[in-house]
Ligand binder design. Structure first.
Ligand code: NAP
Length: 246
């Protein structure tokens, strides 16, 4: 079967300002897709979109803000609103890796709100047009943390288990259509994730350096591209990608 052609298709990457999202933007642009690069840090998105007018559109998006997510399509220029696919990389573990009683409850609420509700909000904002067309592609970012819990991970683990359940439910709801729903489950990947968790670049570096193996964000972007370019009749439902050494 022919691979799915992304040329001139519009794909929104939520959480495009660093790590897996930024690497995914580059690969999608390489395939000829037109990419809406969305996140909170506009300066990062503007650098990503620089010299790529018509191909990469920076868009301010806070998935933890219901109004920001709900208005995202309306805030795009007219020629950008026919969204073929979304890749939802927006997520964090700020204040995580701590025993449940030793972290700030507000921070933990924000992990759930961003990782779970944020994913749901982005899907809600694009699903009507996908349902009306009868096709599209939604890619969510789960994690090995959504398969196995670890000490100090209660809230982040809960958020990624929830992403998996939501993604499975979405896939079932649209199983009689040509809307494809994929969950990517990365293992440890060297991004800004650990630095944002602890607010400490040195600690993050040591954390990654002490791991037996790590992935690069491009490794996960490759997996996302594999799912998105699979033939239209193929739904890559889940992809678990881990470092060789764990
Ligand atoms: P990262 O480099 O820290 O990137 C996180 C991205 O999420 C940034 O672009 C950030 O942009 C965005 N984001 C955070 N909160 C947001 C909000 N409220 N609204 C919009 N965007 C928001 O980390 P990453 O490793 O690439 O993480 C991407 C996804 O992969 C996350 O869902 C993470 O849970 C998952 N994952 C990561 C690993 C890993 O080992 N790194 C493993 C498994 C799964 P702004 O700050 O500019 O908004």
């Amino acid at each position: 079967m022919d691979k799915f052609e992304l040329r001139d298709k519009i794909v929104l990457v939520a959480g495009a300002s660093s790590g897996i999202g930024a690497a995914t933007v580059e690969l999608l642009l390489g395939e000829g897709a037109r990419v809406v690069a969305a996140a909170r840090r506009m300066d990062r998105l503007q650098s990503l979109a620089k010299d790529r007018p018509g191909h990469c559109l920076p868009l301010q998006l806070d998935v933890a803000d219901p109004a920001s997510a709900a208005s995202m399509i309306d805030r795009m220029p007219e020629g950008w609103r026919n969204i073929h696919g979304v890749v939802i990389c927006a997520g964090h573990d700020v204040g995580g890796r701590a025993r449940f009683d030793q972290a700030d409850a507000d921070t933990w609420t924000d992990i759930i709100d961003t990782n779970v509700n944020g994913t749901i909000r982005v899907c809600r904002a694009v699903i009507d047009q996908m349902a009306a067309r009868g096709n599209g592609h939604i890619v969510t970012l789960g994690s090995t943390a959504g398969l196995r819990v670890y000490p100090g991970g209660s809230i982040y683990n809960a958020s990624k288990f929830a992403v998996r359940a939501f993604t499975d439910g979405l896939r079932m709801d649209f199983a009689q259509t040509d809307i494809r729903v994929t969950e990517i489950l990365p293992g440890l990947t060297r991004t800004e994730f650990a630095e944002s968790r602890w607010g400490d670049g040195g600690k993050a570096q040591t954390f990654y350096d002490n791991a037996p193996g790590t992935l690069a964000p491009e490794d996960i972007a490759d997996a996302i591209l594999y799912a998105m370019t699979a033939p239209a009749s193929v739904n890559v439902s889940q992809l678990l990608v881990e470092p060789t050494r764990v």
